[in-house]
Design a protein around this ligand. Structure first.
Ligand SMILES: NC(=O)NCCC(=O)O
Ligand SMILES: [Zn+2]
Ligand SMILES: [Zn+2]
Length: 479
């Protein structure tokens, strides 16, 4: 159990407030917040002068130790969660893959086995739904009630691999409404993409840029709109992961305007990188193969505006790292064989602060909401995590906005041989990170332990609480 700590002289930032106060931590919880909190001689004083003190980041979208594209992600729960902590994240929600015919509970056991003894920060799981039958229907209530897994993921893409059909998605939405869960979708039209990919390869278009060109934004918009309408029909809630483009934002905004419970996440890569980076010589573009793909630069303004106006509500990393050498090069002669995904878990908060807050695109409080609080509320972690309040877990980041640094693979802590953001100058850095009152990062050094992270059972989705606010900002469709 963590000792007593008193964080002094910092500026506390929550999703709603910014104020000067001390924070007392006892037995892993916040027990006092106020000015002039008195410390006894057993209390360690942690000085946060010149820094923001924020709730630990919650990354709602990670893939650690995940088999994909004929290989396994470079980061497991040890390296991935340590890197997350360096970046100011204290809880991740990782995607547990399932297999047809295999009990859901067995897949969850497998994912527990990957995380236990390795995770340095707290973690929970989303569960993939790839089929719908009597066994799945029977297991769903147990997954929610006993396992504390209250979010399901349905892939509308990756044909012949993870893709589910509309019937499976619709029934998952119906059951989520009935039992109190949130359905997450990877929204791209997998059938049409599969055809476009086969046509490109038959024409000899094999380079990484063709990954992006065969997954046009209109197919993300179409799938997003389809999923949102199925959710509306089921009177259920929907969370669209990794939104990349104006067409998808427009669909989400329209349905939210009508009062539907539709939520959207985007990621640092879509806010800062554009498709042109994939068209480099020497197969360099493979480093930036994500699905959905990077878009033309014009989509970035739409995404920033959507974050600012509340049309998109969360930032996930979609961390899914593969080494350039030995993994990405599986697709040297065929872009469709390049493992999809990239390393982002460590850079999420810093990029959002630097490109968002420091450049005046979002407020400090929005930064905290996007990177922590909103995910906590949507995924059944609130108020235990995602805010600074008496009685909550002491998951706390001391963030120094005055530190200027350069992102680089030579200094990052992810177990991968390149950085997607190599050379990017960022303002601000997490200095000290506490998870339930224990140091994970102290003065920018790792001070945690593999296995110290705990599994968090999550509450059911609360349909009553987070209804969308009517939007007043209109979105450009990007042409
Ligand atoms: N996004 C990506 O390219 N890889 C991770 C798997 C997914 O989220 O679709
Ligand atoms: Zn996805
Ligand atoms: Zn993902």
């Amino acid at each position: 159990m963590s000792g007593r700590k008193l964080i002094r002289n910092g500026v506390l930032v929550t999703a709603s407030d910014t104020f000067e106060a001390d924070i007392l931590i006892e037995n892993g919880k916040i027990t006092q917040i106020g000015m002039g909190v008195v410390a006894d001689d057993r209390t360690e004083i942690v000085d946060a002068s010149g820094c923001y003190v924020i709730p630990g980041g919650i990354d709602p979208h990670t893939h650690l130790d995940m088999p994909f594209g004929g290989t396994v992600t470079a980061d497991d729960f040890a390296s991935g969660t340590a890197a997350a902590a360096f970046g100011g994240t204290t809880t991740i929600l990782d995607f547990c893959l399932t297999q047809k015919g295999k009990p859901l509970i067995d897949s969850l056991k497998e994912w527990h086995g990957k995380a236990e003894g390795k995770a340095a920060i707290d973690y929970g799981f989303h569960l993939m739904i790839g089929e719908m039958n009597d066994q799945v229907l029977e297991e769903l209530p147990q997954v929610i009630e006993e396992e504390g897994v209250s979010s399901f993921k349905v892939f509308m893409a990756y044909k012949n691999q993870f893709q589910a059909d509309d019937g499976i998605l619709f029934q998952t939405l119906q059951k989520a409404k009935e039992y109190g869960a949130l359905v997450m979708v990877h929204a791209e039209n997998g059938d049409v993409i599969d055809l476009l990919v086969r046509q490109a390869l038959a024409d000899g278009r094999t380079a990484p840029i063709h990954h992006a060109l065969t997954r046009p934004s209109i197919l993300e918009g179409e799938a997003t709109g389809r999923a949102a309408r199925l959710a509306a029909l089921a009177d259920s809630q929907l969370y669209v992961v990794h939104v990349t483009c104006a067409e998808a934002v427009e669909q989400i905004a329209r349905m939210r305007d009508m009062g539907y419970r539709i939520w959207g996440e985007t990621c640092p890569q879509y806010l800062t990188l554009d498709q042109s980076i994939m068209d480099q010589p020497d197969f360099e573009g493979a480093k930036y193969v994500w699905s959905p793909p990077l878009r033309e630069a014009s989509h970035q303004d739409v995404l920033w505006n959507a974050l600012k106006s509340g049309q998109l509500q969360t930032i996930g990393s979609d961390h899914c790292s593969f080494n350039f050498k030995g993994q990405k090069d599986l697709g040297k002669n065929d872009f469709s064989k390049i493992p999809n995904g990239g390393p982002v878990i460590e850079d999420r908060l810093s990029i959002l602060y630097s490109e968002g807050v420091a450049r005046g695109r979002i407020s400090l409080n929005q930064w905290v909401d996007l990177c922590s609080t909103r995910a906590s509320k949507l995924f059944g972690l609130f108020p235990q995590k995602g805010t600074l309040a008496v009685g909550t877990d002491a998951d706390i980041v001391i963030f120094d906005p005055s530190v200027a640094r350069e992102i680089s693979a030579s200094t990052h802590h992810m177990n991968v041989d390149y950085s997607a953001f190599e050379g990017m100058q960022v303002q601000g850095c997490p200095i000290t990170v506490l998870c339930r009152g224990d140091y994970v990062i102290k003065d920018r050094q790792f001070a945690g332990a593999a296995g110290a992270g705990q599994y968090v059972k999550r509450a059911k989705y609360d349909a009553g609480a987070p209804m969308p606010v009517r939007q007043t900002v209109t979105t450009s469709t990007g042409g």
